[in-house]
Write a protein that binds this ligand. Structure first.
Ligand code: HEM
Length: 246
């Protein structure tokens, strides 16, 4: 067997050949555009892997393991958002020079992104419509949709521990389950942060009124997705400490 080297272990020969700018002559900014998308997909792969681990921990009622997994997912989400800022250096007039070479390809066709949303708990009408827009729902997404949502799994864990969501916030003091609830909420915040950073990037590069290559209204469509929630009950429980507005 040949010796494992840095290059062979990471399959760098293959990996570094996978950036294939389409513009002719090649636009100097297209490489960064591809690298940020490809690396986002690699992080999505790692996030899906850890969400699988999170689901397994919640199903096994192992709160400590679940907390560890979601904290890692949160660290990965921060990285995915941070990379978007590199594309803020893409001037609109440069993007306009190679955008036509993208054809109808669009981030809205990202199967892994949809699988993360589905595994996390989106089931609303807007989401289901977005899924069906690109033909048959891919297997990875179908698998995620067939499992309980993260919120359902977390509430089940609470039930099995004879604790309600309210107990976590009214109880004698912060417990492991309380920290897990807060870390899940942090995940929702990090995901929303990605959506917000992305929509700002979109407005910065193509403006607020330009349609997307995927056929949507562009930033006007994306702004609507910011309201989608994975953990409505975790948000709602906070309101119990405050009177209703008259
Ligand atoms: C110059 C940079 C970017 C621009 C102008 C841009 C533009 C857009 C637009 C207009 C949409 C709406 C769908 C459409 O009609 O195409 C969209 C969706 C999306 N983009 Fe980007 N994008 C950029 C960078 C990125 C990057 C780096 C990623 C990382 C993977 C990404 C991932 C996505 C995803 C996942 C969606 C679907 C969002 C949803 O439906 O909630 N985009 N993008």
């Amino acid at each position: 067997m040949s010796e494992i080297t840095y290059g062979s272990y990471l399959a760098l020969d293959e990996l570094l050949k996978l950036q294939r700018p389409q513009s002719e002559p090649e636009h100097p900014d297209e490489l960064l555009f591809i690298v940020v998308h490809q690396s986002s997909e690699l992080w999505f792969k790692a996030i899906l892997h850890d969400i699988d681990g999170l689901i397994a921990a919640l199903e096994a009622r192992e709160a400590g393991q679940a907390l560890w997994r979601i904290q890692r997912v949160n660290a990965l989400m921060r990285i995915v958002s941070a990379q978007l800022s590199s594309l803020e250096t893409l001037p609109p007039q440069h993007f306009a020079q190679f955008r036509t070479y993208l054809g109808s390809s669009s981030g809205s066709q990202s199967v892994q992104f949809r699988a993360i949303e589905a595994a996390s708990g989106l089931r609303d009408e807007h989401f289901m419509r977005a899924l069906e827009e690109h033909g048959d729902v891919p297997e990875l997404v179908q698998r995620a949709l067939s499992r309980p949502t993260l919120q359902e799994l977390f509430l089940e864990l609470l039930r099995s521990s004879n604790v309600t969501l309210e107990d976590l916030y009214l109880g004698p003091g912060p417990s492991l389950l309380f920290f897990l609830a807060e870390a899940l909420l942090e995940y929702e915040q990090q995901f929303g942060q990605w959506r917000f950073t992305h929509v700002q990037l979109v407005e910065r590069v193509i403006g607020p009124s330009t349609g997307g290559t995927g056929g949507t209204l562009g930033s006007r469509y994306l702004l609507k997705t910011i309201d989608q929630k994975f953990f409505p009950d975790l948000w709602a429980v906070r309101g119990k400490f405050f009177g209703k507005r008259r």
